[in-house]
Write a protein that binds this ligand. Structure first.
Ligand code: KG4
Ligand code: ZN
Length: 371
């Protein structure tokens, strides 16, 4: 009993800086979030309509130490009392990743703590295991399970044999779902950040106003979003004359009525969700999963969350889904994944571990036992 109490206190500081959120969090060994601080930079990128890597990495540099101090203070813990430090070290914008991973390595080195280099995609996948408050408990889950990450950079399906034990079984062959939301938002004349603004615009719109076909691909579990984007673009602006950069369009998005913009946003959102549910169904038919883990920024979308709940309830599969604040980028998921590694006896990584732009989970056949 005593050992369990001590274990539940082991605290890991997580740091996340892969894109435009500077984040730090403290999570205990029961996967309870003790603090979760996120400084977003949306306002810095607004005028460019998307994230500018150089601006993002400079902003991370300014924010990283105050954010870490705040996370430690809110958890009421000093750096020397931690069990380890973890950072997202791939995938992401390399200049941004380097700020968080270097800060984490420096803190680990200075305090002589183990360091966990965490794959951001794996962290999204298991964020549904996080819990909050003294009474909160990490959800029970059975394996094998299905895993789905839908973010700005990734759309990936996994077969999971256990926490941290993943095999990639499907992925997008072009854009990630979040990326497609962002581009669709630009086409509709909506401001950055595209995904949440498109969701807002879609409210009250008619999802059957524009019909999209489900893409049929050589691999039944792969995704494709590029056809949806093209169809939306031609609907908004007309079929272009000419090709590539020289193409000219008959209309601009400013000519859309508010009602048509709402209908098109709702139709696009509904088509993207239909594709996600279709791929989940095909994957679940293949091996009868006991649970489905979902994560990534797009899972913050309320219509997708509803569709996932209905789908999993209809099939009797447990849905492990994080609250919205742990779907979008955050550091609690980084510290949480490091806790899963610590729990399996993994002692962490050398400080020489490289920071990389690409996820191991996005490459060819994914390795088992992701870091
Ligand atoms: O996981 P995330 O915060 O960062 C990456 O790892 O990429 O995901 C960001 C993506 C963006 O493409 C954003 O537009 C999308 O998630 N997103 C949404 C919503 N909130 C964030 N997409 C649709 N509806 C939302 N409510
Ligand atoms: Zn992410």
């Amino acid at each position: 009993m005593k050992a369990r109490l001590v274990r539940s206190m082991d605290l890991i500081l997580g740091i996340e800086s892969s894109c435009d959120e500077t984040a730090a969090a403290v999570v205990d060994a029961s996967l309870r979030v003790r603090s979760n601080v996120v400084a977003s930079q949306h306002e810095l990128h607004l005028e460019y309509g998307g994230v500018v890597p150089e601006i993002a990495s400079r902003a991370h540099l300014e924010r990283i130490l105050p954010v870490v101090h705040k996370a430690l203070a809110e958890a009421g813990v000093g750096i020397g009392e931690l069990a380890a430090v973890a950072a997202g070290i791939r995938p992401g914008l390399i200049g941004s990743l380097l700020v968080g991973s270097s800060a984490a390595k420096g803190l680990a080195f200075g305090a002589m703590l183990p360091f966990y280099a965490v794959d951001h995609v794996a962290a999204h996948l298991f964020a549904g295991l996080l819990c909050e408050g003294e009474d909160g408990a990490s959800p029970r889950c059975d394996f094998p399970a299905l895993g789905l990450v839908v973010s700005g950079g990734h759309t990936s399906l996994f077969r999971l044999e256990g926490p941290t034990d993943c095999v990639l079984i499907g992925r997008t062959i072009d854009d990630a779902v979040g990326e497609a939301f962002d581009k669709a938002a630009v086409m509709l004349g909506l401001p950055h950040p595209g995904g949440p603004n498109l969701e807002r615009c879609a409210r009250g719109g008619d999802p059957s106003a524009l019909r999209f076909a489900l893409p049929q691909l050589p691999s039944a579990l792969d995704f494709s979003l590029s056809g949806l984007k093209t169809k939306l673009l031609y609907e908004v602006r007309g079929v272009p004359k000419g090709r590539g950069a020289g193409a000219t369009f008959a209309r601009t998005s400013a000519e859309l009525s508010e009602e048509r913009r709402r209908d098109l946003a709702a139709s696009f959102q509904s088509a993207a969700i239909a594709q996600v549910i279709d791929r989940l169904s095909r994957a679940a038919d293949g091996f009868a999963p006991r649970a489905v883990f979902v994560g990534g920024g797009v899972v913050a979308n309320a219509a997708l969350r509803e569709a996932l709940s209905a789908w999993s309830a209809g099939r009797g599969i447990a849905l492990i889904v994080p609250p919205q604040r742990y779907c979008v980028d955050n550091a609690a998921m980084i510290a949480g994944f490091a806790q899963l590694r610590l729990a399996r006896g993994d002692r962490g990584d050398p400080l020489s571990v490289p920071t990389e732009p690409v996820s191991l989970l996005a490459r060819g056949s994914a390795p088992k036992r992701v870091q």
